[in-house]
Design a protein around this ligand. Sequence first.
Ligand SMILES: Cc1cc2nc3c(=O)[nH]c(=O)nc-3n(C[C@H](O)[C@H](O)[C@H](O)COP(=O)(O)OP(=O)(O)OC[C@H]3O[C@@H](n4cnc5c(N)ncnc54)[C@H](O)[C@@H]3O)c2cc1C
Ligand code: SF4
Length: 327
Amino acid sequence: MKRFTYERVYSPSDAVEAFASTPGARYLAGGTNLIDLMKLGIEAPAHLIDVNHIGLDRIEDTADGGLRIGALVRNSDLATDARVRSGYPVLARALVSGASGQLRNKATVGGNLLQRTRCLYFYSGDLPCNKRQPGSGCAAQEGISRNLAIIGGSSACIATYPSDMAVALRVLDAEVETLRCDGGTRRIPLANVHALPGDTPHVEHVIEPGELVTGVLLPQRVGGVQRYLKLRDRASYAFANVSIALIAHYDRQGLSAARVAFGGVAPKPWRVEAAEAGISSAADPANHIVEIALAGATPTEQNAFKLTLAGRALTVLLDEARASATC
Ligand SMILES: Cc1cc2nc3c(=O)[nH]c(=O)nc-3n(C[C@H](O)[C@H](O)[C@H](O)COP(=O)(O)OP(=O)(O)OC[C@H]3O[C@@H](n4cnc5c(N)ncnc54)[C@H](O)[C@@H]3O)c2cc1C
Ligand code: SF4
């Protein structure tokens, strides 16, 4: 095992200062992803900065009627917050579909956002993986690709991004707040946080080394019927083959507007706003969304089923949403 040092910090500014002064450092939140990767030797930080005691563990109302969720809020606490359950139910539903109760009690909002892929070759130290070791190749292209991306990947990497929470945050138009090592702050739309692999699959997001995620901002509640459907190989402890976050609005004529994001199909939460335009006049809204949002998909033989599954899942979800909107 590679030796590392450990330090506990007590404020966000101490965290970024500690990072700036220690080469090879990483932030430690719930540790449910980072510690696993360290045990497997896939991540080997020289220094861990424990950010569990820096505050940022509250969910607060914002002046414009939204919510600010601290980066250290645990997934369980976020899922059970009354304001989230009533105003942002798609988020509560996505959270409880992830991992297990024990993991959600430890996992934080910041750590969930920056968790790494579950591609099995990424975890298998002796096979080529451009994400783990840039330039080494991609064992998945000719290997087992059932759980990997059908859109947004590249010849260098077809891994999916695994978070359920982030798929819901994408339809909610959330923003991520950060504190940089130079003391500056940023507010980044969730849509722009995660990167497509291109020829640099090891670069997974735009958060810079040492930049601390301090929270997530949710805009004013948007109402509508909100649903999250996750389809996976077993009912617990499994990542999505396909998941869908939906916010649907109905009027007397029927479906008037919808926001749809897909998980389990791409290297980031996949939402194409252009697919949502014209939904109210589409004869088959699910097909309309899938045809536009997943246009250009390049599935492998093993995961082509995800295209069909996405369409069927969205049909079911829209049927359920319509039924609950009219009852
Ligand atoms: C068996 C198992 C099943 C799972 N199933 C699911 C699932 O179905 N759906 C799902 O969405 N997830 C699932 N997960 C993943 C789990 O949700 C993540 O491991 C968890 O959310 C990570 O949060 P954490 O606080 O433990 O992060 P950590 O492991 O502490 O950190 C993860 C990464 O984020 C960085 N980081 C943490 N906090 C910050 C911050 N504030 N600023 C900057 N960087 C930060 C760390 O340096 C590290 O690189 C599963 C995990 C396991 C082990
Ligand atoms: S798909 Fe990405 S993570 Fe998986 S082996 Fe290829 S490069 Fe590695």
